[in-house]
Design a protein around this ligand. Sequence first.
Ligand SMILES: [Zn+2]
Length: 190
Amino acid sequence: MDNKKMHALVTLANDIRVGLFRLEDNRDLFDKLEGLGVELLGFFDEKISALLKWDSVAHHPIIAVNDQDSEKRQLFSLAHEIGHLFIDYGWLPEPYKAQNDFDQLDGVLNVTHYRRVGNRHDARDMQREALMDDFARNFLMPFDEVKVKYIDNGLQAEKTIDELVERYYVSEVAARTQLGFVKKVGGEEW
Ligand SMILES: [Zn+2]
């Protein structure tokens, strides 16, 4: 994906985080989602990390996450499914959109598996999943905040990664990947 598209994704993730969710502490994401009318469920399956459904009786989306996962992993799965919900299905909560308008979606909209490489996904699905992971990281760790931290830390990667883990309640792998993303996409500016 080119940088222009990446910047659009970064902006969207930030707008949804700040403008709609008013999310400061990522651990509040469960409550924030419910506040916006999304039903949350837990389940267990060895191969599935999360799934997204539309309930046409209750007229709301359902995100189910694997509750055997760590809380950090669950938060990442939620952010990934938020990407599917907003980007793939154009969902917005009341009062922006009438929820009845989505009832035609009825049923399971998306299933997200672990270890996506070598699954039965085709190349297009793989790209889509990678895009949702990019969205999820930028939703949980806003691009500009990561960039400022990295610059303030004198471009020390390990120190920055430690701070990201602490501030955003993410795994070290997710923090490292996001710093790599910020360096790659925003790298021309320093
Ligand atoms: Zn997915």
